[in-house]
Design a protein around this ligand. Sequence first.
Ligand code: AMP
Length: 181
Amino acid sequence: MILLMGVAGSGKSTQGRLFADEQGFAWISTGELLRVLITGSRRQDMLQGKLLSDEEMVNILDKILDLVDLKKEFVLDGFPRTVPQAEWLLGQAKKGRLNIDVVFNLTVSQEVSRGRLQARGRLDDIDEVIDKRFKEYDEVIQPIIALFRQQGLSVYEIDASQDPRAIRDEIWQRTKSLNIA
Ligand code: AMP
């Protein structure tokens, strides 16, 4: 499994989808999944940048993973977003259900991210919600990365302010050198 992490506007989903298309891999984006599944007031919560509870998120992902051939490589994007979610994923790896081959953390400045999101124009891409997603991400990303490193995973920071092609090439090079793709 290739884990793609990055704040909104880092291009994580663009890269995840592109990489999965090019390689013929499954692409599991929790944001996309939730936009398919979640209705009513919780959909409003999502649009305000509020995270779903860990319990609900894990429940959904657990079911989705049952639909995927976990022996084959796939891309997971948008998960984990909290330390308990990271611990759950590590637990699944420890049980042998899946293998976390590499973690890419797409880093980008708030200015670049904001510019991209405003150009994209999704309903949750307004200043207030962008600030919230940035803050949430900043607070939680370091502990998750630290936990992954402590567990001996390969974690790479990618400068996501580069143009999409350069980011794509960097992901390709890394996965090639790790014999993943
Ligand atoms: P994204 O498309 O990754 O920006 O996600 C859109 C929204 O889906 C987020 O603002 C959250 O409300 C929700 N979401 C996506 N992934 C997760 C997750 N792993 N845990 C909790 N909520 C999530």
